[in-house]
Ligand binder design. Structure first.
Ligand code: MN
Length: 330
């Protein structure tokens, strides 16, 4: 190990070696990340795609959303030209690699391709990962899938240039909440240091991720905060919702950060924001300050995530969904 690497200790040397061999042998690789990709999912996948391209291989990258579009916040990421719509994705890829997806279901429309793939390498850091591949590089101690991805690139001998580092840094900085969450270990900072050393523009990345919004966002945020309800039972829960109607013309992706305002409330250990997608389904984001394991409850409701940040989908009205969630958190 030349770099003072990461916490990928739960992955066996044999699995690393097999992944390296599979990737070295392949000329064309199909990469996928989870639906509604976040910075870690898309960043890790594009970083790996860019590295494969630099190594002279063909990489196709996608995610299985019905309305295939990169969230506005992530359009600054390099490597977008590697992306293809799910309909253009290979039906039976010889080698498929998934990033940050904890279950097969999280691949959405790409599930049949994953099922038919010759080899399916699963790269992830969710403790709840269901192990749906033929080879698993899963490290629940890693702060981000980007951490595991960087280690794999290192083992492949593929250099991390500025564009690749921009993608990996986006995964690292988003999944650690700007290096504020408890997952921010010394090795996370060491990795950030390696990425900064490539000359990435970390201030511009932060502005793209967190410090931009169209004017109409202010009114949608104001409405969500006015509807917030504090339920003091148990450890306390604060929740609010944003329906399609509440959102007006504001794209769904713009309301991602509202949970970060709601979760500030001192009187609540758990914060919940229900966001209705254009398809009418409610995506439920949950956050815990630590006393409550939200991943457990979200898994029971068909979703998943981490102990302190998890989510699931619901077709019930917001108040009913919250009532069901509350029962499981008790
Ligand atoms: Mn992640």
């Amino acid at each position: 190990m030349t770099h003072g690497s990461t916490s990928t200790g739960s992955i066996t040397p044999a699995d690393w070696d097999r992944a390296v061999a599979l990737i070295r042998e392949a000329d064309t690789l199909a990469l996928a990340c989870h639906v509604s990709p976040d910075g870690d999912a898309l960043g890790s996948m594009l970083a790996f795609g860019l590295a494969l391209r630099a190594a002279g291989k063909k990489a196709v990258c996608s995610f299985g959303d019905r309305d295939f579009a990169v969230p506005r916040l992530l359009r600054f990421l390099p490597g977008q030209e590697l992306l293809a719509e799910p309909s253009a994705y290979p039906d039976r890829p010889e080698l498929m690699i998934t990033f940050d997806a904890s279950t097969m279901q999280r691949l959405g429309l790409l599930m049949p391709c994953a099922t038919a793939a010759g080899e399916l390498v699963v790269i992830d850091h969710h403790a709840s990962n269901s192990g749906f591949g033929t080879l698993h590089l899963i490290d629940p101690a890693a702060a981000a899938t980007a951490v595991v991805t960087e280690e794999l690139l290192h083992r492949l001998g593929m250099p991390v240039d500025r564009a690749i580092a921009t993608c990996l840094y986006t995964g690292l900085v988003t999944d650690t909440g700007s290096f504020r969450y408890s997952s921010t270990t010394p090795s996370v900072h060491a990795m950030a240091g390696r990425l900064l050393a490539t000359g990435i523009n970390q201030d511009a990345i932060a502005r793209e991720l967190w410090d931009r919004a169209p004017y109409s966002y202010l009114a949608v945020l104001g409405g969500a905060l006015q509807r917030a309800v504090l339920d003091p039972d148990g450890h306390g829960m604060v929740w609010t919702y944003i329906s399609c109607e509440d959102r007006g013309g504001l794209p769904y992706g713009e309301i991602e950060g509202i949970i970060d305002v709601v979760r500030k409330v001192d009187e609540a250990d758990v914060a919940v924001v229900l966001k209705q997608g254009d398809d009418g389904v409610w995506n439920v984001s949950t956050r815990s300050k630590g006393a409550v394991d939200v991943a457990r409850a979200c898994s029971l409701l068909g979703g998943g995530g981490h102990r302190m940040a998890a989510g699931f989908s619901s077709e019930l009205p917001p108040a009913e969904t919250v009532a069901r969630l509350k029962e499981l958190l008790a």
